[in-house]
Design a protein around this ligand. Structure first.
Ligand SMILES: CC(C)(COP(=O)(O)OP(=O)(O)OC[C@H]1O[C@@H](n2cnc3c(N)ncnc32)[C@H](O)[C@@H]1OP(=O)(O)O)[C@@H](O)C(=O)NCCC(=O)NCCS
Length: 215
């Protein structure tokens, strides 16, 4: 019986094997070598308010207020728990990025489904003391793997401001490819900003996984 199942599974293409047979909408805790990605909770409020109150972060993401207060952080945690952050909340995941060794709160990341049902959008930010240590790349890889393994999606999109060299580098290190440019709203800047749009499609992700060379 087990041999039969094994034979049947191996007859599927690598892409079919890695595509879930039933799409999930929950947000499992994610582990990576140095990080734990889990739902934000009340204990994060002080660190969140401290780290997020930074124009270098707020001006790079679309929906973060600036200045960022403890009340903003408490509201964010409450809405993350209620599943009411932003539009398209079914299948949306908001994660606190934390250190696996000491539980420190480093920042946030998440995925948000598009209305087409085949695409999710990726977002992330890290507190400035934690930049340039590979954490965003590690978190993005964990999120990407989860999204393709648990959702019946074809692609993951990411957008970064044209001037955001660090985020562009994270996106490129994770295998995303340039699609075009456009404009998005920025809450902190009170207007629209120029962004680049990148995409990782399932076939490319399967290839990267089988090469094993992206980590
Ligand atoms: C973007 C951000 C999440 C990156 O986090 P991070 O943990 O520092 O990212 P990583 O360490 O995984 O990778 C950063 C890469 O960018 C590179 N980099 C950083 N600053 C750079 C710059 N000014 N010019 C060119 N490359 C730069 C780093 O060298 C590194 O690349 P490498 O591994 O090839 O050396 C973090 O800077 C941040 O939170 N910024 C503000 C919010 C934001 O921009 N969010 C993303 C919105 S699209």
């Amino acid at each position: 019986m087990q041999t039969e199942l094994l034979r049947e599974d191996q007859s599927r293409s690598p892409e079919q094997r890695l595509r879930p047979q039933r799409s999930r909408t929950d947000c499992p805790i994610l582990l990576s070598p140095r990080l734990v990605l889990r739902a934000p909770h009340e204990d994060d409020i002080d660190a969140l308010a401290h780290l997020a109150n930074n124009a270098n972060i707020a001006t790079m993401v679309s929906r973060m207020p600036h200045p960022y207060t403890t009340a903003d952080a408490a509201d964010f945690v409450r809405r993350a728990k209620a599943g009411t952050i932003g539009p398209g909340t079914i299948g949306k995941c908001v994660y606190a990025i934390t250190k696996a060794d000491n539980g420190a709160f480093l920042g946030c990341c998440g995925i948000e489904p598009h209305a087409d049902g085949k695409t999710v959008e990726l977002g992330y930010w890290l507190g400035e003391p934690y930049w340039n240590q590979g954490y965003a790349t590690e978190a993005t890889q964990a999120l990407t793997d989860m999204a393709f393994r648990t959702r019946d999606i074809d692609q993951i999109d990411a957008r970064c401001r044209v001037m955001n060299m660090a985020s562009r580098r994270v996106i490129q290190k994770c295998g995303f490819q340039f699609q075009g440019s456009g404009m998005v709203d920025s809450l902190a800047l009170g207007g629209t900003v120029a962004v680049e749009w990148y995409r990782l499609d399932r076939k490319t992700w399967v290839s990267l996984r089988s090469w094993g060379g992206m980590r």
